[in-house]
Design a protein around this ligand. Sequence first.
Ligand SMILES: Cc1cc2nc3c(=O)[nH]c(=O)nc-3n(C[C@H](O)[C@H](O)[C@H](O)COP(=O)(O)OP(=O)(O)OC[C@H]3O[C@@H](n4cnc5c(N)ncnc54)[C@H](O)[C@@H]3O)c2cc1C
Length: 408
Amino acid sequence: MQKQPQRIIVIGGGASGLAAAIAAAGDGASVTILERLPRVGKKILLTGNGRCNLGNETIRPERVHGSCSFAAEMMQKFDTVQFFRMLGLYTRTDAEGRMYPMSGMAASVLDALRFCAEQRGVQMLCEMQVTGFSFRNGAWQVNCGTQCFSADAVIVAAGGCASPACGTDGSLFPVIKSLGIPVNTPKPALCAIPTDEKLVRPLKGLRVRAEAAAIVNGKCMKRETGEVQFTGHALSGICIFNLSRIAAVHGKKAEISLNLLPGYSPEQVNEMLRMLVMQRGALPASELLSGLLPKRIGEVWLKQIFGTLNAPAGELLHSDDARQRLTALLLDRRFPVTGTAPFAQAQVTAGGVSGEALSDSLEVKGMHGLYVCGEAADTDCDCGGYNLTWCWSSGTCAGHAAAIRRNL
Ligand SMILES: Cc1cc2nc3c(=O)[nH]c(=O)nc-3n(C[C@H](O)[C@H](O)[C@H](O)COP(=O)(O)OP(=O)(O)OC[C@H]3O[C@@H](n4cnc5c(N)ncnc54)[C@H](O)[C@@H]3O)c2cc1C
């Protein structure tokens, strides 16, 4: 007698859900995606500023966070280029190792995933918000308001709480918790870090290259180099995004240190300042640092140290002590963390279904046929295409595992 295909419900038609559906359908399963929004893949269209940084040449484990201890290895083993070739999408890699679709368009990535899912017979049912699921009478029952779908396996690919306009508000986490599955508290990550407005408002709109460090209880937890942007109330930019999960986890115990002259020792900076005072000492203090940094930073910081700019530069900085105070500020300007950015401004969620509850095929331990992948699981990564790599790799893994289970 011919075997009936495995019936699989995928909750959520984002990056990980589409990857899971493609893998499961490729193994012969009958797959249905339930997506609450009017169409699948809305978030994919926003990624990489519309260009979709879909992967990274090198997966460095220190860029992968959360409680899924197997995540980095799973990502390393996943061949992103080959995955997209299989979908008929070519990629290119930039000098920093970030991968993009050859077309330069995120829409091509979504199209490739959709075409493949359609070709493999995946049913994509939109405007279907899942409100609950449970295992009853030998099958999984998935509720969408008044409708109920029966399945042999369920793959939760409903994302986290970040960017709720893309359909991800974390409303499935309480349902998951009610089944006794541990969920680590979701926190916003890859976002700006709010700080003391008085320190950043005068610099609003400025961008500088800096080394940024997250300091907790005096200890440096992580260091990143890149462009830092000052908004009216926060520090922003990719290197700040990569520190934001530390700020979210440690809250007001954390502070951000900016070094505006990375690579220079305090002695070298002191000497630079001494030279500048010799060359520009007779000019207004506001002109002292404009050969070194954006003029506004020099003006604001000199005023913050000396209380005035209404003096010639040489007068303010004639003493070694004054130059050392300025040196310390240029190399280690501290910004207190005053809160967390809202989920609406975060690119990913730190937290989600605990990795300790998942097997390395992403099945919930002790609950046969229930899988969790993508951002719904407690894995988040730094910028650079890592988050989508996690989605493609974990979705593919869960899809194959769910489809193959009953075929054994
Ligand atoms: C602006 C922005 C830019 C980004 N850029 C990049 C980038 O360039 N590179 C990178 O690697 N990462 C990037 N990311 C992160 C990356 O997009 C996400 O990590 C990834 O899309 C998460 O995929 P997912 O499948 O886990 O969840 P999502 O893509 O969030 O999809 C989850 C889906 O589930 C649906 N859903 C939720 N709840 C329910 C429910 N109860 N019933 C039915 N459906 C439900 C949602 O509507 C949604 O469609 C970016 C994120 C943002 C917001």
